[in-house]
Design a protein around this ligand. Structure first.
Ligand code: NAP
Length: 350
């Protein structure tokens, strides 16, 4: 008998769901015992229902699990959600109402006042909102979200800079991988030799989510960080890894070397607690002149580190750089698993 904590994945057949299945294989604390998806998949064996697109085989114990409907009758206390946003909002609420801890990737509840938008290295104290959420919504479960896949690389790079020098204004241009659009995503003919300068709803997420994440928990609400972000978001012909070109105006002037040091030295609670999915270095700084690149760097820190390079002066703002993070690991499944590990370490799973 395993003494690991049984967990489930909602939307287990999708791009993010598959990444959960892969990352939970041999997890030291969690045992994936339940997989759920839409009516199209329910009743089938996982292997039969899933267009598996990972580079390692489906973990043996999961292959033959029956895909269940996304109803709160799963035999576990904690569910990870990789559900399509058209259904995630309601389904996640049903689970929280029934007492489950829901670790969500979806946009639906991220900006709710009483829902933590958690990055364990940056705002672990925002877990305090769970009490408020339970009181407001009269449920015993909880919804905890992780940021959008392009927000995460930006906040991982901005937070250490903000803490040391203060951020005043930011302009960011993203180059986002195809896997960020789910599977099968865009038609190949639309993407080949092409860039699409529009991702629905993405710019407003990149402009607002970092302000909540870097905000301060005051009583039962978050006071948002007070700087402004302008975002351009683009879909590019890359498999995995969202790249972002960032220019930052600082409140206190700093040289590129000082900024590089603040980023490279950044460590936080997940590293102190040695959480299983925490990267040793949340931000890896590279001084190679043509890095980071998605193909070579998105797997840094097992996909959990942000890689920042080309840190240099900006003739319009103060500092500019390029940041990269893995969109389905640090930007989705890996982020939610790290959130769950922090919750376990903080006693939410006792
Ligand atoms: P996806 O590949 O399209 O997968 C969607 C999943 O939702 C599938 O398992 C699908 O099940 C399930 N689903 C769809 N309609 C359903 C319904 N009516 N009832 C129950 N289940 C339903 O999408 P994805 O890229 O994995 O994204 C999943 C979520 O994560 C989205 O909210 C997305 O915005 C967010 N996200 C994605 C990324 C990324 O890089 N891809 C990063 C961060 C966040 P069936 O297979 O049975 O249809």
């Amino acid at each position: 008998m395993s003494n690991k904590i049984p967990v489930g994945v909602l939307g287990a057949t999708g791009a993010v769901g598959q990444k959960f299945v892969k990352l939970l294989e041999n997890h030291p604390w969690f045992d994936l015992t339940e997989v759920a998806a839409s009516d199209r998949s329910a009743g089938k064996r996982y292997e039969e229902a899933t267009p598996w697109r990972q580079y390692t085989p489906i973990p043996e114990p999961v292959k033959n699990l029956e895909v269940k409907p996304c109803e709160p009758a799963l035999d576990c206390k904690l569910v990870f959600s990789g559900l399509d946003s058209s259904v995630a909002g309601e389904v996640e609420e049903e689970f929280a109402r029934a007492g489950y801890l829901v670790l969500s990737n979806s946009k639906n509840h991220r900006m709710d006042e009483d829902v933590p938008l958690l990055v364990p290295e940056i705002n672990p104290d925002h877990l305090g909102l769970i009490e408020t959420q339970r009181r407001n919504r009269k449920w015993s479960g909880a919804i905890v979200t992780n940021p959008n896949c392009s927000t995460i690389g930006l906040v991982m790079a901005l937070a250490p800079i903000h803490y040391k020098f203060g951020v005043a204004r930011v302009i960011v241009t993203t180059l986002q991988a195809l896997s960020g659009a789910g599977y099968p995503g865009h038609a190949a003919i639309d993407m080949l030799g092409n860039v699409i300068p529009f991702i629905g709803g993405e710019e407003s997420k990149v402009e607002t989510e970092p302000l909540k994440i870097m905000g301060a928990l005051e009583g039962d609400r978050i006071r948002f960080a007070d700087f402004r972000i302008s975002a351009h978001t683009n879909r590019v012909f890359v498999e995995d890894g969202h790249m972002e070109c960032v220019s930052v105006e600082l409140r206190k002037k700093a040289s590129p070397e000082e900024v590089a040091r603040a980023l490279a030295d950044f460590r936080s609670l997940p590293q102190e607690l040695s959480l299983p999915t925490a990267p040793a270095r949340p931000v890896i700084v590279t001084d190679e002149r043509d890095r980071p690149q998605p193909r070579f760097d998105s797997g840094a820190g097992a996909g959990m580190s942000a890689v920042v390079g080309r840190i240099r002066e900006c003739p319009v703002f103060d500092i500019r750089f390029v940041a990269l993070s893995h969109n389905t690991i640090r930007g989705a499944a890996g982020a939610a698993i790290l959130n769950a590990e922090l919750m376990k370490a903080r006693g939410y799973l006792d």
